[in-house]
Design a protein around this ligand. Structure first.
Ligand code: CO
Length: 225
């Protein structure tokens, strides 16, 4: 249990052949069926951390969740990668739920709090430091060993709002489509996800400054909020 396995790339390819054979043994049409379908209802935006395998911990099969991961699950509005994933998921795949999933003991969040010189990644971590600054008193009032986990939660909430502030999400609402952005946190110690209760499902949940007026007006007429 828990020991580090030493695996060569050749062994990974061997694992892959065994896995594919196992799937075919259970269902000879497995890959033919999957190859034709990518209709996920979910977009997962999570941390790159190797201990948080997206589809596994929510019990979804290939084809059921579209995944974007980066260090500390951040959604900057100038990140072409994140924006492209959201655009494709919302406009083409027409997902109905976006899950922003952080995790406790996140190395990226801890690094932001430590303020150590990590090199280029420090620039990425500024996004986390922004969340720290916005909640500085709340976080600094906590005992030192509780601060990182609280910042993990507040970062998830902040990124839920960042997703909702995009033109793609507000366009979906303007078209009268159901689209909810959820904020969850994964606990490495018990394998459980916790809903932070910070979900956003319409313009009414957005600060007025971030509403795209014409889109939110259309959404209101379409019967949303
Ligand atoms: Co992490």
């Amino acid at each position: 249990m828990g020991g580090k396995r030493e695996l060569t790339p050749e062994q990974l390819l061997q694992n892959n052949r065994q896995w594919a054979a196992g799937k075919l043994a259970g269902n000879p049409g497995y890959f033919d069926q999957l190859a034709h379908v990518q209709k996920p209802d979910y977009l997962w935006i999570g941390c790159s951390d190797s201990r948080v395998p997206a589809s596994k911990i929510i019990g979804l099969r290939p084809g059921e969740v579209f995944v974007h991961r980066n260090i500390a699950n951040v959604v900057p509005h100038t990140d072409l990668n994140a924006l492209s994933v959201i655009q494709y998921a919302v406009e083409v795949l027409k997902v109905t739920h976006i899950l922003v999933v952080g995790h406790y003991h996140c190395g990226g969040v801890s690094a932001a709090l430590k303020g150590t010189d990590y090199g280029e990644i420090d620039n990425w971590l500024v996004h986390i430091k922004d969340v720290w600054r916005d909640n500085y008193d709340t976080i600094m009032a906590l005992p030192e060993d509780k601060r990182a986990d609280r910042l993990v939660e507040l970062n998830v909430a902040a990124q839920v709002h960042n997703v909702a502030r995009t033109s793609m999400v507000q366009t979906a609402w303007a078209e009268g489509r159901e689209l909810t952005i959820h904020g969850w946190v994964y606990d490495l110690h018990d394998g459980l996800l916790r809903d932070l209760g910070v979900a956003i499902s319409g313009c009414a949940d957005l600060h007025a400054a971030y509403r795209i007026r014409e889109l939110c007006e259309k959404a209101r007429k379409a019967g949303g909020s």
